[in-house]
Design a binder for this molecule. Structure first.
Ligand code: IMP
Length: 190
């Protein structure tokens, strides 16, 4: 039995093309095709990325028939006690990357991304998380990626995520780590 058949109709709900392309790339490397449900949905404001991801999946399960998954991601800056974390979307849309650079001037720049995938298998909700450690760059650099990519330098690297191509980002990212765990779960259940 091929993976494409065993892991039939795996659907990812997001309005963000970058997220879809990155996750599709991780699945593609494993020989698995995924479908894109291009849909914008309301996210609650809560202080926990796991909870936001689960709440979105619960609400969407009444609209979307069958199995699907989605993800929620946050940027956590150590010297700001994890801020913006679950408020990452709001902060990106208000102060943006320039604001982040100003906020942490003179402070420790260590941070991480956290992605939480929630998979609704038709009966239960399962979660898979991925963390990428790094630090905030001194300046905005790179044209690739999206969101905070131009200010995030992964541990052990010199380039920001926005200076990497999608193949490179998808081999190290928080999103790809969560996706790999998800794929292991799917394979184990075959
Ligand atoms: P959400 O998961 O779409 O709620 O993302 C929260 C915020 O983090 C948004 O402003 C995104 O643009 C940003 N974000 C999510 N994932 C990434 C990433 O992989 N790199 C950089 N920024 C991201």
């Amino acid at each position: 039995m091929s993976d494409a058949f065993a892991i039939d109709r795996l659907r990812f709900v997001t309005s963000n093309q970058h997220k879809f392309m990155e996750i599709k790339e991780v699945f593609r490397r494993e020989g698995i095709a995924i479908e894109w449900i291009k849909k914008k949905y309301e996210e609650i404001q809560a202080d926990n990325t796991e909870y936001i991801s689960l709440d979105s999946a619960r609400k969407l399960s009444s609209e979307i028939k069958g199995r699907f998954f989605l993800e929620d991601t946050g940027l956590y800056i150590d010297s700001l006690k994890g801020f913006p974390g679950p408020y990452s979307s709001y902060v990106a849309g208000t102060i943006g990357n320039e604001g982040i650079l100003r906020l942490i001037e003179g402070l420790d720049r260590s941070c991480h991304f956290l992605t939480v995938i929630t998979y609704f298998d038709g009966g239960s909700y399962l979660q898979f998380s991925g963390i990428l450690k790094g630090h905030i760059s001194i300046e905005i650099r790179g044209n690739g990626g999206f969101g905070y990519d131009p200010v995030f330098i992964p541990e052990g690297h010199k380039l920001t995520l926005a200076e990497m191509d999608i193949g490179m980002k998808s081999s190290i990212s928080h999103r790809s780590i969560a996706t790999q765990k998800f794929i292991s779960h799917l394979r184990a259940g075959r």
